[in-house]
Design a protein around this ligand. Structure first.
Ligand code: IMP
Ligand code: MG
Length: 181
């Protein structure tokens, strides 16, 4: 347990567990040969995971280009839910292998939007790496090719993920359980 901002936070995945898993993910990713690989980090939530996974990819011999796209979902859980681009990538994707990185796969709407967008732009192949998979929340059939951990159905924070802009800096993934004494 940790106390941050006066809140108790239960640790779900420790820094050590995450670091070890990132190396495993990198090895899995490297096992499928890629040409002209472009890694796209989906902001904001994936920034820490992407930074660590990219260095793990270097450690296994990959040399991708790196891009960032900021996406935002609106109207979650309603009929009018959707995803919009807040800030787009600059790079050309036509004919390229793309690896999308996100923090957490929940309904799948964010990653479906990103994957479809890259295919519309002519990407050759789009694969998906996520740190956490909340399978119980899925809407539709989208799955990630590379999953760090199956995630229980809690709202999680840390390692890039926030609640109301807080807790992104934590080196672990945790769950806020209440006020500290
Ligand atoms: P989806 O579009 O429903 O798959 O939701 C994925 C996005 O929602 C992720 O990229 C996260 O930014 C956010 N998200 C979903 N669950 C959590 C959570 O437990 N903590 C923090 N962010 C979350
Ligand atoms: Mg996100």
């Amino acid at each position: 347990m940790a106390v941050v901002r006066g809140k108790n936070i239960d640790i779900l995945f420790s820094p050590e567990q995450i670091a070890e898993r990132n190396l495993g993910l990198a090895a899995q990713i490297a096992a499928e040969p890629k040409t002209d690989l472009l890694v796209i980090s989906i902001l904001k939530g994936s920034f820490i995971f992407a930074a660590d996974l990219l260095r793990a990819l270097h450690a296994v011999g990959l040399a991708p280009e790196v891009e960032f796209i900021t996406l935002s979902s609106y109207g979650k859980g309603t009929k009018s839910q959707g995803v919009k681009i807040i800030k787009d990538i600059d790079s050309e994707v036509t004919g390229r292998d793309i690896l999308l990185i996100d923090d957490i796969l929940e309904s799948g709407n964010t990653l479906r939007f990103a994957r479809d967008l890259m295919y519309e732009r002519g990407a050759k192949d789009v694969s998906i790496a996520v740190l956490l998979d909340k399978r119980s929340r899925r809407e539709g059939t989208l799955n990630a090719d590379f999953v760090g951990f199956e995630c229980p159905d809690y709202f999680v924070v840390g390692y890039g993920m926030d609640v109301a802009y807080a807790f992104r800096e934590l080196p672990f993934v945790g769950v806020v359980t209440g006020d500290a004494e």
